[in-house]
Design a protein around this ligand. Structure first.
Ligand code: CO
Ligand code: ZN
Length: 332
Protein backbone atom coordinates (compact mmCIF):
# COMPACT_ATOMS: atom_id res chain seq x y z
CA UNK A 1 0.00 0.00 0.00
CA UNK A 2 2.93 2.35 0.66
CA UNK A 3 3.94 2.53 -3.00
CA UNK A 4 0.38 3.53 -3.93
CA UNK A 5 0.41 6.13 -1.16
CA UNK A 6 3.70 7.53 -2.42
CA UNK A 7 2.39 7.79 -5.96
CA UNK A 8 -0.81 9.48 -4.78
CA UNK A 9 0.88 12.07 -2.57
CA UNK A 10 3.56 12.95 -5.10
CA UNK A 11 1.06 13.63 -7.91
CA UNK A 12 -0.07 17.27 -8.08
CA UNK A 13 -3.76 18.18 -8.01
CA UNK A 14 -4.73 21.57 -6.58
CA UNK A 15 -8.50 22.11 -6.35
CA UNK A 16 -10.05 22.41 -9.80
CA UNK A 17 -7.02 20.84 -11.49
CA UNK A 18 -7.40 17.21 -10.52
CA UNK A 19 -6.83 15.64 -13.96
CA UNK A 20 -3.42 14.10 -13.23
CA UNK A 21 -4.35 12.71 -9.83
CA UNK A 22 -7.64 11.38 -11.24
CA UNK A 23 -5.69 9.28 -13.76
CA UNK A 24 -3.56 7.85 -10.94
CA UNK A 25 -6.72 6.97 -8.99
CA UNK A 26 -8.27 5.31 -12.04
CA UNK A 27 -5.13 3.24 -12.55
CA UNK A 28 -5.09 2.32 -8.85
CA UNK A 29 -8.66 1.03 -9.03
CA UNK A 30 -7.88 -0.97 -12.15
CA UNK A 31 -10.49 -3.61 -12.95
CA UNK A 32 -11.74 -3.93 -9.36
CA UNK A 33 -14.83 -1.73 -9.70
CA UNK A 34 -18.06 -2.72 -11.46
CA UNK A 35 -18.27 0.67 -13.10
CA UNK A 36 -16.16 3.85 -13.18
CA UNK A 37 -17.38 7.23 -14.35
CA UNK A 38 -16.36 10.88 -14.13
CA UNK A 39 -19.00 13.58 -13.59
CA UNK A 40 -19.10 17.19 -14.73
CA UNK A 41 -17.07 18.49 -11.78
CA UNK A 42 -14.39 15.86 -12.32
CA UNK A 43 -15.38 13.56 -9.46
CA UNK A 44 -14.36 9.99 -10.24
CA UNK A 45 -17.10 7.62 -9.08
CA UNK A 46 -16.39 3.89 -8.83
CA UNK A 47 -19.31 1.59 -8.08
CA UNK A 48 -18.94 -1.79 -6.41
CA UNK A 49 -21.66 -4.32 -5.60
CA UNK A 50 -25.37 -4.67 -6.26
CA UNK A 51 -28.00 -3.57 -3.78
CA UNK A 52 -29.65 -6.59 -2.15
CA UNK A 53 -32.74 -6.66 0.05
CA UNK A 54 -30.74 -5.73 3.16
CA UNK A 55 -28.58 -3.34 1.23
CA UNK A 56 -28.46 0.40 0.73
CA UNK A 57 -26.93 2.76 -1.77
CA UNK A 58 -23.83 3.98 0.05
CA UNK A 59 -21.57 6.88 -0.86
CA UNK A 60 -17.99 6.81 0.41
CA UNK A 61 -16.15 10.02 -0.35
CA UNK A 62 -12.45 10.89 -0.21
CA UNK A 63 -11.28 14.13 -1.79
CA UNK A 64 -8.43 14.06 -4.29
CA UNK A 65 -7.74 17.78 -4.54
CA UNK A 66 -5.11 19.48 -2.43
CA UNK A 67 -4.27 23.00 -1.33
CA UNK A 68 -2.18 25.02 -3.77
CA UNK A 69 -1.36 28.44 -5.17
CA UNK A 70 -2.55 30.43 -8.20
CA UNK A 71 -0.50 33.12 -9.95
CA UNK A 72 -2.09 36.58 -9.83
CA UNK A 73 0.68 38.89 -11.13
CA UNK A 74 4.12 38.65 -12.70
CA UNK A 75 6.48 41.60 -12.26
CA UNK A 76 9.10 42.94 -14.67
CA UNK A 77 11.79 40.74 -13.15
CA UNK A 78 9.72 37.57 -13.45
CA UNK A 79 8.69 37.24 -9.80
CA UNK A 80 5.23 35.72 -9.39
CA UNK A 81 2.66 36.88 -6.83
CA UNK A 82 -0.06 34.42 -5.94
CA UNK A 83 -3.27 33.79 -4.10
CA UNK A 84 -4.25 30.69 -2.15
CA UNK A 85 -6.26 27.70 -3.29
CA UNK A 86 -7.68 26.43 -0.01
CA UNK A 87 -6.28 27.02 3.46
CA UNK A 88 -2.65 28.07 3.10
CA UNK A 89 -0.75 29.24 6.18
CA UNK A 90 1.93 31.73 5.02
CA UNK A 91 4.18 30.43 7.79
CA UNK A 92 4.57 27.12 5.98
CA UNK A 93 5.47 28.72 2.63
CA UNK A 94 8.87 30.46 2.84
CA UNK A 95 11.62 28.38 1.25
CA UNK A 96 9.12 25.86 0.02
CA UNK A 97 9.22 24.46 -3.47
CA UNK A 98 6.32 24.39 -5.89
CA UNK A 99 5.51 22.62 -9.13
CA UNK A 100 3.15 24.10 -11.72
CA UNK A 101 0.88 21.80 -13.68
CA UNK A 102 3.15 22.08 -16.75
CA UNK A 103 6.13 20.92 -14.67
CA UNK A 104 7.68 24.37 -14.07
CA UNK A 105 9.34 24.42 -10.66
CA UNK A 106 10.02 27.30 -8.33
CA UNK A 107 10.77 28.37 -4.77
CA UNK A 108 8.87 30.70 -2.47
CA UNK A 109 10.61 33.87 -1.32
CA UNK A 110 9.46 36.66 0.95
CA UNK A 111 9.59 40.44 1.15
CA UNK A 112 10.93 42.03 4.31
CA UNK A 113 12.33 38.83 5.76
CA UNK A 114 15.02 40.84 7.58
CA UNK A 115 12.38 42.45 9.77
CA UNK A 116 11.48 39.06 11.20
CA UNK A 117 7.75 39.63 10.95
CA UNK A 118 5.02 37.04 10.54
CA UNK A 119 4.52 36.70 6.79
CA UNK A 120 1.26 37.52 5.03
CA UNK A 121 0.42 35.81 1.75
CA UNK A 122 0.97 39.16 -0.01
CA UNK A 123 4.58 39.26 1.26
CA UNK A 124 5.39 36.04 -0.57
CA UNK A 125 6.37 35.42 -4.18
CA UNK A 126 7.44 32.51 -6.36
CA UNK A 127 10.81 32.58 -8.08
CA UNK A 128 11.01 30.16 -11.01
CA UNK A 129 14.50 31.34 -11.97
CA UNK A 130 13.22 33.71 -14.66
CA UNK A 131 15.09 36.98 -15.23
CA UNK A 132 12.30 38.94 -16.90
CA UNK A 133 8.54 39.03 -17.26
CA UNK A 134 8.83 37.89 -20.87
CA UNK A 135 11.06 35.00 -19.86
CA UNK A 136 8.72 33.78 -17.13
CA UNK A 137 7.01 30.52 -18.17
CA UNK A 138 4.14 31.13 -15.72
CA UNK A 139 1.13 33.27 -16.60
CA UNK A 140 -1.68 34.70 -14.51
CA UNK A 141 -4.10 31.93 -13.51
CA UNK A 142 -1.53 29.13 -13.59
CA UNK A 143 -1.66 26.89 -10.52
CA UNK A 144 0.94 24.99 -8.57
CA UNK A 145 1.09 22.61 -5.67
CA UNK A 146 3.79 22.20 -3.06
CA UNK A 147 6.56 19.84 -3.96
CA UNK A 148 7.97 17.64 -1.24
CA UNK A 149 8.93 13.96 -1.50
CA UNK A 150 7.12 11.23 0.44
CA UNK A 151 9.15 9.95 3.39
CA UNK A 152 8.60 6.63 5.05
CA UNK A 153 9.61 6.78 8.72
CA UNK A 154 8.44 3.22 9.32
CA UNK A 155 5.52 3.51 11.70
CA UNK A 156 4.87 7.07 10.52
CA UNK A 157 4.67 8.50 7.00
CA UNK A 158 5.13 12.12 5.93
CA UNK A 159 4.09 13.86 2.72
CA UNK A 160 2.62 17.08 1.38
CA UNK A 161 -0.94 15.97 0.65
CA UNK A 162 -1.80 13.25 3.11
CA UNK A 163 -4.90 15.50 3.25
CA UNK A 164 -6.59 13.73 1.62
CA UNK A 165 -4.68 11.30 -0.56
CA UNK A 166 -4.20 8.99 2.41
CA UNK A 167 -7.98 8.55 2.38
CA UNK A 168 -7.98 8.02 -1.39
CA UNK A 169 -5.46 5.22 -0.83
CA UNK A 170 -7.67 3.79 1.92
CA UNK A 171 -10.77 3.96 -0.32
CA UNK A 172 -8.96 2.17 -3.16
CA UNK A 173 -7.75 -0.53 -0.77
CA UNK A 174 -11.26 -0.96 0.70
CA UNK A 175 -12.74 -1.20 -2.79
CA UNK A 176 -10.27 -3.97 -3.62
CA UNK A 177 -10.75 -5.89 -0.36
CA UNK A 178 -14.53 -5.67 -0.35
CA UNK A 179 -15.39 -9.10 -1.72
CA UNK A 180 -19.03 -9.31 -0.72
CA UNK A 181 -21.40 -6.53 0.28
CA UNK A 182 -25.19 -6.25 0.48
CA UNK A 183 -24.80 -2.65 -0.68
CA UNK A 184 -24.30 -0.73 -3.86
CA UNK A 185 -21.22 1.23 -2.82
CA UNK A 186 -20.22 4.35 -4.73
CA UNK A 187 -16.65 5.31 -3.99
CA UNK A 188 -16.40 8.99 -4.82
CA UNK A 189 -12.97 10.50 -5.36
CA UNK A 190 -14.11 14.06 -5.02
CA UNK A 191 -12.77 17.35 -6.35
CA UNK A 192 -12.60 20.87 -4.90
CA UNK A 193 -13.06 19.97 -1.22
CA UNK A 194 -10.44 22.47 -0.08
CA UNK A 195 -12.32 25.37 -1.64
CA UNK A 196 -15.69 24.54 -0.10
CA UNK A 197 -16.68 20.85 -0.48
CA UNK A 198 -17.84 21.51 -4.02
CA UNK A 199 -17.17 18.20 -5.78
CA UNK A 200 -18.88 16.09 -3.12
CA UNK A 201 -21.90 18.38 -3.27
CA UNK A 202 -22.70 17.54 -6.87
CA UNK A 203 -21.52 13.94 -6.50
CA UNK A 204 -23.90 13.39 -3.58
CA UNK A 205 -26.79 14.79 -5.60
CA UNK A 206 -25.87 12.55 -8.54
CA UNK A 207 -25.31 9.36 -6.53
CA UNK A 208 -28.45 10.00 -4.43
CA UNK A 209 -27.23 7.76 -1.57
CA UNK A 210 -29.29 6.26 1.29
CA UNK A 211 -26.35 6.75 3.62
CA UNK A 212 -22.80 8.05 3.26
CA UNK A 213 -19.37 8.37 4.78
CA UNK A 214 -16.47 10.70 4.21
CA UNK A 215 -12.90 9.64 4.77
CA UNK A 216 -10.60 12.53 5.63
CA UNK A 217 -7.75 13.55 7.88
CA UNK A 218 -8.29 15.26 11.23
CA UNK A 219 -6.18 17.28 13.62
CA UNK A 220 -4.51 15.87 16.71
CA UNK A 221 -3.80 17.01 20.24
CA UNK A 222 -0.67 14.93 20.64
CA UNK A 223 2.18 17.37 19.91
CA UNK A 224 4.20 18.92 22.78
CA UNK A 225 2.06 22.02 23.37
CA UNK A 226 -1.05 21.86 21.21
CA UNK A 227 -2.93 25.14 20.87
CA UNK A 228 -6.25 23.41 21.45
CA UNK A 229 -6.97 20.35 23.60
CA UNK A 230 -8.10 17.53 21.35
CA UNK A 231 -8.53 13.86 22.23
CA UNK A 232 -7.14 12.51 18.96
CA UNK A 233 -3.64 11.06 18.68
CA UNK A 234 -1.57 9.37 15.99
CA UNK A 235 -1.62 5.60 16.41
CA UNK A 236 -4.78 5.40 18.55
CA UNK A 237 -6.80 4.01 15.64
CA UNK A 238 -9.14 5.40 13.01
CA UNK A 239 -11.17 8.30 14.43
CA UNK A 240 -14.94 8.01 14.28
CA UNK A 241 -16.19 11.55 13.77
CA UNK A 242 -18.81 12.83 16.16
CA UNK A 243 -18.76 16.35 14.76
CA UNK A 244 -16.66 18.98 13.04
CA UNK A 245 -17.51 22.55 12.15
CA UNK A 246 -19.28 21.51 8.94
CA UNK A 247 -21.64 18.80 10.21
CA UNK A 248 -22.74 16.64 13.12
CA UNK A 249 -22.39 12.96 12.26
CA UNK A 250 -25.60 10.94 12.52
CA UNK A 251 -25.44 9.54 16.07
CA UNK A 252 -26.98 6.24 14.93
CA UNK A 253 -24.08 5.79 12.51
CA UNK A 254 -21.55 6.77 15.16
CA UNK A 255 -22.97 4.11 17.53
CA UNK A 256 -23.03 1.50 14.79
CA UNK A 257 -19.43 2.25 13.79
CA UNK A 258 -18.23 2.08 17.40
CA UNK A 259 -20.01 -1.25 17.89
CA UNK A 260 -18.44 -2.67 14.73
CA UNK A 261 -14.94 -1.54 15.78
CA UNK A 262 -15.39 -3.17 19.20
CA UNK A 263 -16.72 -6.39 17.67
CA UNK A 264 -13.77 -6.69 15.33
CA UNK A 265 -11.21 -5.60 17.95
CA UNK A 266 -10.15 -2.66 15.82
CA UNK A 267 -8.76 0.25 17.87
CA UNK A 268 -10.71 3.48 17.39
CA UNK A 269 -11.00 6.95 18.87
CA UNK A 270 -13.81 9.48 18.90
CA UNK A 271 -13.26 12.77 17.11
CA UNK A 272 -14.61 16.23 17.81
CA UNK A 273 -12.93 18.65 15.41
CA UNK A 274 -13.58 22.26 16.33
CA UNK A 275 -12.36 23.79 13.07
CA UNK A 276 -12.57 21.99 9.78
CA UNK A 277 -15.04 20.30 7.48
CA UNK A 278 -15.37 17.27 5.26
CA UNK A 279 -17.37 15.80 2.41
CA UNK A 280 -19.67 14.36 5.10
CA UNK A 281 -21.47 17.69 5.15
CA UNK A 282 -22.26 17.51 1.44
CA UNK A 283 -23.66 14.00 1.81
CA UNK A 284 -25.77 14.92 4.82
CA UNK A 285 -27.19 18.08 3.25
CA UNK A 286 -27.95 16.72 -0.22
CA UNK A 287 -31.52 16.55 -1.55
CA UNK A 288 -33.89 15.93 1.39
CA UNK A 289 -31.03 14.90 3.71
CA UNK A 290 -28.99 11.73 4.14
CA UNK A 291 -27.56 10.07 7.30
CA UNK A 292 -23.83 10.66 7.14
CA UNK A 293 -20.69 9.89 9.11
CA UNK A 294 -16.96 10.06 8.69
CA UNK A 295 -13.88 7.95 9.35
CA UNK A 296 -10.93 10.22 10.03
CA UNK A 297 -7.20 9.64 9.98
CA UNK A 298 -5.25 11.47 12.67
CA UNK A 299 -2.74 13.77 10.98
CA UNK A 300 -0.14 16.17 12.37
CA UNK A 301 0.86 19.41 10.62
CA UNK A 302 -2.24 19.52 8.39
CA UNK A 303 -1.98 21.94 5.45
CA UNK A 304 1.80 22.14 5.80
CA UNK A 305 4.04 20.51 3.16
CA UNK A 306 4.84 17.78 5.71
CA UNK A 307 1.68 16.09 6.95
CA UNK A 308 2.25 13.03 9.16
CA UNK A 309 0.04 9.97 9.61
CA UNK A 310 0.44 6.62 11.35
CA UNK A 311 0.72 3.43 9.29
CA UNK A 312 -1.32 1.34 11.76
CA UNK A 313 -4.14 3.91 11.73
CA UNK A 314 -4.26 3.57 7.95
CA UNK A 315 -4.39 -0.23 8.07
CA UNK A 316 -7.02 -0.20 10.80
CA UNK A 317 -9.15 2.29 8.86
CA UNK A 318 -9.14 -0.12 5.92
CA UNK A 319 -10.17 -2.99 8.22
CA UNK A 320 -12.95 -0.95 9.81
CA UNK A 321 -14.39 0.23 6.49
CA UNK A 322 -14.26 -3.25 4.94
CA UNK A 323 -16.18 -4.55 7.95
CA UNK A 324 -18.70 -1.69 7.92
CA UNK A 325 -19.44 -1.98 4.21
CA UNK A 326 -19.62 -5.76 4.29
CA UNK A 327 -22.65 -5.90 6.59
CA UNK A 328 -26.13 -4.39 6.84
CA UNK A 329 -26.15 -0.78 8.03
CA UNK A 330 -28.31 -0.46 11.14
CA UNK A 331 -29.95 2.90 11.62
CA UNK A 332 -32.27 1.45 14.29
CO1 CO B 1 -7.59 19.97 3.88
ZN1 ZN C 1 -9.15 17.06 3.70
Amino acid sequence: MKSLIQQLVETPGPSGFEYEIRDVIREGIGADADDVRVDALGNLIARKGEKTEQGLRVMVSAHIDEIGLMATHIDDNGFIRFTNIGGINPLTCYGGRVRFMDGTRGVIGMDGLERGKMPKLSDLFIDVGATSKAGCPVKVGDVCGFERPFIDLGKRMVAKSMDDRISAAIAIEVLKQLKSTPHEVHFVFSTQEEVGIRGATTAAFGVDPDVGFAIDVTRTGDTPRPGTKMAVALGDGPAIKVRDSSFIADPRLVDWMVKAAKEANIPYQLEVLEAGGTDGRAIQMTRAGVPAGCVSIACRYIHSPSEMVDTDDVENAVKLLVKLLGEPILLG
